[in-house]
Design a protein around this ligand. Structure first.
Ligand code: ATP
Length: 326
């Protein structure tokens, strides 16, 4: 089990993390989310031991992780960190980059394991190609296979799909996270893409203003976001006084509504004027104007700019999301 206790960290120029505490169970997959610059990479580097905490303690199975102030070669053998900078051998082949790190003695088994990993990253066809000839996204996939070849107990992934095109991303995500679960590899993934997180993570940690704002089960964090910032990590969201949706509602309460949760009607509901339409393929994202300000919602049909529509939210969503005004 990973234990992070009262962790704080500052670079010379900035305080980045303050009093962060959480635990990760063996085999669990935890996602770290938050806006750019909130400290996701810094947290992973602290866990891996390439930065030393200003305060607090990190331990794995009760043994303290020591930072570079205490170790000549930072990093721990039982964990691997896939950073945003890929550390590959450019003048060797894809297959060699992977097999180099497999601790397998028998040549047949080595070949088999290399082939399995190549298949997982969908680069079998490039096995004999030199890494320097691959695209950025392909190199990121090789780097991923390389850390997996080392069979870590704890894997730290920093934006693991940032260079990978959408065509590959979906299947790679599925292959990777299924593999980690099968192998019971504990994993912490830093990402700002909710599609990396919602279908795969058991739990989400949200960082904001140096602190740990949320630590909860993925479904709960999504369905009952602590505030507008958390909801916005999952796509277009709105925060509205409840009286806009229910005229006799408690004026001291507001509600967070994801854009897709509004139902568009021709009469009765939140009166909205259509301002802009963004085609999203299977639906339109609509920017509208209410008496209280801007609102985003989805519409299956195209709507004309300036058209008047009415928005409604299900009673289940209202009950789930009602919160006291801060
Ligand atoms: N080596 C460094 N020296 C000084 N400040 C740094 C250093 N590395 C990062 N920072 C600052 O620390 C803060 C946190 O950076 P970090 O890279 O951890 O954020 P992040 O959440 O991973 O961002 P992103 O999502 O953009 O990768 C930022 O304000 C950044 O500018």
């Amino acid at each position: 089990m990973l234990q992070v206790e009262a962790l704080s960290f500052s670079y010379q120029t900035a305080d980045v993390l303050e009093d962060i505490s959480f635990a990760v169970e063996k085999g669990e997959h935890v996602a770290v989310m938050g806006e750019s610059g909130c400290g996701k990479s810094t947290l992973l580097k602290l866990i891996y031991g390439i930065l030393t905490p200003s305060q607090g303690k990190i331990s794995w199975n009760q043994e303290e992780v020591r930072g570079p102030l205490y170790k000549l070669v930072p990093g721990e053998s039982y964990m691997k960190y896939l950073s945003q900078e890929l550390d590959l051998m450019p003048y060797t082949t894809v297959a060699e980059n992977i097999s180099e790190y497999l601790s397998v003695f028998y040549p047949e088994r080595l070949k088999e394991r290399t082939e399995d990993l190549l298949e997982m990253i969908e680069l079998t066809a490039e096995a004999k190609n030199m890494v320097k000839n691959l695209s950025g996204g392909q190199q990121q996939r090789v780097a991923l296979a390389r850390v997996l070849a080392q069979k870590p107990d704890l894997l730290l992934l920093d934006e693991p799909f940032s260079h990978i095109d959408n065509f590959r991303k979906s299947s790679l995500r599925r292959n990777l996270f299924q593999y980690l679960k099968e192998e019971k590899i504990t994993c912490i993934t830093a990402s700002h893409d909710h599609l990396d997180v919602l279908p795969f993570a058991d739990r989400i940690l949200v960082l904001k203003d140096r602190t740990l704002l949320t630590n909860g089960e993925t479904k709960k964090v999504y369905e009952s976001p602590a505030n507008f910032y958390v909801a916005s990590l999952f796509g277009e969201a709105n925060i509205l006084p409840i009286t806009l949706l229910k005229p006799y509602g408690d004026a001291k309460k507001d509600i967070i509504v994801y854009a897709h949760e509004f139902k568009v009607a021709n009469s009765s509901g939140l009166k909205t004027r259509v301002k802009r339409l963004y085609p999203m393929g299977s639906y339109f994202l609509v920017e509208g104007e209410t008496e209280d300000g801007k609102v985003f919602f989805h519409s299956e049909k195209p709507l004309k700019p300036d058209a008047k529509v009415y928005l409604n939210v299900s009673i289940e969503t209202i009950n789930k999301r009602l919160r006291e005004l801060p």
